[in-house]
Design a protein around this ligand. Structure first.
Ligand code: GDP
Ligand code: ZN
Length: 306
């Protein structure tokens, strides 16, 4: 039978649903044993978002991935689980308050996106709750993150503000939604596409602790695009970086690091450091620089799963 190419839209253990995007007509498929054996250290050989060749309901080949995100398959395991592949962007939902934001945590997610080569967009949610009282905090947040090179969309699931803009930003793309529990990630997805309401945000954290996480990743067609929810995950990633590599994944540091007098430069104590000069001049934010210093502090390498 003729071989065709489709995208994996659901991964349910050993069964998959494929669709020949942009057509949304999911159909079941299984994996040929041989393909299964070619896997790396990942617990799942095929992930949502993978482009595959298939014939007669059997996946015969996984095409090279443009990017992917992984997490440890269980807390103790060293094996990785691929959450999704070939993402066009990550939408990071945050809220300044209720719950209060931790910038180093956001910076770590953004760093992970940079490592994985996934453009990140920040949805600054729940602005109805705090922009009135703390407009300067909102401005400050935008200054920090737009200054670093990220797009920030202010949203409110309560008033509907920013939802059209977020929907547009997701149009025609495969987006992974991520965010700390309680920031309104599920609400944002439902606001973008109310038809997804019954499906999103229903899965409890407890289910994620076990091995059967594969079935949880599913792509949804929404608002002229496709999205993947990462239920219960506060973020994602599993990053192994040498200290001297970290600054490369801060886009605003990367832009000026060429001008440092010493190569390599850790941007901490070296004379003639362009990054430190930029922090002093205020063109690189002190908050982001502090997050960077915090990452350097961690023993040698840092390896963390979210
Ligand atoms: P998730 O854990 O990130 O998926 O968060 P949820 O979508 O479940 O939202 C957590 C809580 O915040 C719920 O009570 C929502 O109704 C509320 N919420 C979400 N978005 C907004 C918003 O924009 N404004 C306000 N005032 N509340 C929101
Ligand atoms: Zn430097």
């Amino acid at each position: 039978m003729e071989e065709r190419i489709a995208t994996v839209v659901k991964n349910a253990g050993s069964h998959y649903l494929l669709s020949e995007l942009p057509a949304w007509e999911p159909f079941p498929a299984v994996l040929r044993g041989k393909v299964r054996l070619q896997k790396s250290s990942a617990t799942n050989p095929v992930a949502v978002g993978d482009q595959v060749k298939y014939s007669d309901g059997v996946i015969t080949e996984i095409l090279p991935r443009r990017n992917y995100v992984i997490r440890k398959s269980t807390n103790l395991s060293r094996q990785a689980h691929i959450i999704a592949a070939n993402l066009d962007q990550a939408v990071i939902a945050v809220s300044l308050y209720f719950p209060e934001i931790k910038l180093p945590f956001l910076d770590r997610i953004l760093l992970t996106c940079e490592v994985y080569k996934i453009p990140a967009l920040i949805a600054l949610n729940k602005v109805d709750l705090y922009r009135g009282e703390a407009p300067e905090a909102v401005d400050e947040f935008r200054r920090i993150y737009e200054g670093a090179g990220y797009k920030v969309i202010e949203t409110s699931c309560k008033t509907g503000e920013g939802i059209d803009e977020l929907r547009k930003a997701c149009s025609g793309k495969l987006s992974l939604f991520s965010g700390e529990s309680g920031v309104g990630k599920s609400s944002l997805i439902k606001a973008i596409d109310p038809s997804l309401a019954p499906k999103i945000g229903q899965i409890s954290l407890a289910h994620l602790q076990g091995k059967h996480t594969t079935s949880l990743y599913e792509m949804y067609k929404a608002a002229d695009g496709y999205l993947i929810d990462s239920p219960g995950l506060r973020g994602f990633g599993l990053v192994d970086l040498e200290k001297e590599e970290i600054a490369k994944y801060f886009p605003e540091m990367l832009r000026v690091a060429d001008e440092c007098r010493f190569v390599p430069c850790t941007h901490t104590h070296e004379p003639g450091c362009a990054v430190k000069a930029a922090v002093e001049a205020g063109t690189i934010s002190a908050e982001r620089y502090n997050s960077y210093l915090g990452m350097l502090e961690e023993d040698g390498k840092f390896r963390k799963s979210f």
